[in-house]
Structures are given as structure tokens and as C-alpha cells.
Ligand binder design. Structure first.
Ligand SMILES: Nc1ncnc2c1ncn2[C@@H]1O[C@H](COP(=O)(O)OP(=O)(O)OP(=O)(O)O)[C@@H](O)[C@H]1O
Length: 206
């Protein structure tokens, strides 16, 4: 199943933020969203996740295929790391959280209340939460914020594994994670392909 975004137009606060955005994500590939603050990266991710209505255009597959990790980590402070992940996994019909605990280096923190974690540890839990959904398309908004160098590497490896299993990812990040994929440069009124676009890259116009 391809991920196809076609002719997307989105308005926020009465202003057109995205217009005629089209791109495709093949199995095992990532698309990295770039562009200055306020250009529409979060808006695009929220629209792909089904949290923001589009004025027109289409996103295939629908939100049920997407796991979205936003700026807000979305974790319950009073629940332990294990309880947070178990809750989220069950909600998505999944049972096993052990891979996510290992992949995001949370094994020594499993019984800690999430509210007592450091910012970087919380961010790792927020990302692990996305991984336990079992969903094929990861949508990540600035996932490396608060992460130290080792945790960034850990995160990049987790995404690589997800891609190697045929998953896909759309990631707003300023960091080069060294992933297989394309860059989608969002700019005012126009999003341009890089000078040497990969064959999978599709133009997007803003
Ligand atoms: N809740 C909102 N109501 C109205 N306008 C909004 C809202 N959220 C964002 N916007 C506007 O939509 C535009 C796109 O914002 P968005 O958050 O998608 O940008 P971004 O590229 O993700 O920015 P950043 O790099 O700062 O995270 C901006 O002009 C912003 O002011």
C-alpha cells in the first residue's frame, strides 16, 4: 500500500497554510519535512494524522494507519512507564511493549511514574508510545527535541528498523538522521524538490 498525499490544501486561523501539497511515500522510505518556523510542518502532520481538516485534497491511507508523535508527548504523568505503554498498546490491540522498552532505552525506568522523568526520558517514552501502536506510518514532529546524542542515535535506529520492516515515516526535523528517504522543503506559497531529488520524491507546491 502506497502512501499518497494529493493536492492537499489546509486553512488555519482563517489563513491558507498549505496549498496543492502532493507527495508519495514508498514502503521503507522516510520523508523529512523542512522549512522555517510557522511554514506548516505541524499542520501537515496533523492533517495526515486526521487531527486537522483539509479544505481539499486526499491522504491515503487514512488516519487509522498513522501513529502520530506530536510536540506534546501525550503521556499520563501519574502512570508508570509500563502502565503508559501498556495502556497505549492495548488501545491499539497490541500486547507486547518489550521491544519498545528496549528500543527506547526505557527498561530501567519501567516502574517510574512518567511525571518524574526528565524531559529527554519523557520524549523517549512519547516516541515509544508511538512504536507500540503497531501502525505502519509514523508521523513525527521534531522528535529529537530534548534528546541527547545517544538518544538521537537510538531514535534513528528505531526508525530505521521500522522502515526496514516495510514501514514509512514522515518527520519534521532539522537534524540529519541519515535515513533512507527524501526531503520535502516547505516554503511560502511553494514547496520545492531538492536539486537532486531521489526518484521517489514528488513535487509539492504550497
Ligand atoms: N491553532 C492555530 N490557530 C490558528 N493558526 C495557527 C494555529 N496553529 C498554527 N497556526 C498557524 O499556522 C501556520 C503554520 O503553523 P505550523 O505550526 O504548522 O508551522 P511549523 O512549520 O510546524 O512551525 P514550527 O517550525 O515553528 O513548529 C502558522 O502561521 C501558525 O501561526
Amino acid at each position: 500500500m502506497e502512501m499518497n498525499v494529493t493536492d492537499l490544501a489546509v486553512t488555519r486561523g482563517g489563513m491558507r497554510v498549505l496549498e496543492a501539497v502532493s507527495f508519495r511515500v514508498s514502503a521503507g522510505r522516510a520523508v523529512v519535512l523542512r522549512g522555517p518556523n510557522g511554514i506548516g510542518k505541524t499542520t501537515l502532520l496533523r492533517t495526515l494524522a486526521g487531527l486537522q481538516l483539509a479544505d481539499s485534497g486526499s491522504v491515503e491511507p487514512g488516519p487509522e494507519a498513522m501513529a502520530y508523535a506530536s510536540h506534546a508527548d501525550g503521556i499520563k504523568a501519574t502512570l508508570s512507564v509500563r502502565e503508559n505503554l501498556t495502556f497505549w498498546a492495548k488501545l491499539h490491540g497490541m500486547l507486547d511493549i518489550s521491544n519498545a522498552l528496549r528500543d527506547f532505552n526505557l527498561e530501567t525506568l519501567v516502574e517510574r511514574p512518567a511525571g518524574s522523568l526528565s524531559a529527554g526520558q519523557k520524549r523517549r517514552l512519547g516516541l515509544a508510545r508511538m512504536a507500540v501502536t503497531g501502525r505502519p506510518i509514523w508521523l513525527l514532529d521534531e522528535p529529537t527535541v530534548s534528546l541527547d546524542t545517544d538518544s538521537v542515535a537510538l531514535f534513528a535506529s528505531a526508525v530505521e528498523r521500522h522502515l526496514a520492516q516495510g514501514g514509512r515515516a514522515v518527520i519534521a526535523t532539522h537534524i540529519d538522521l541519515g535515513l533512507d528517504g527524501e526531503v520535502l522543503q516547505l516554503g511560502p506559497f511553494k514547496a520545492e524538490a531538492p536539486e537532486d531529488p531521489h526518484e521517489d520524491f514528488h513535487e509539492a507546491f504550497l
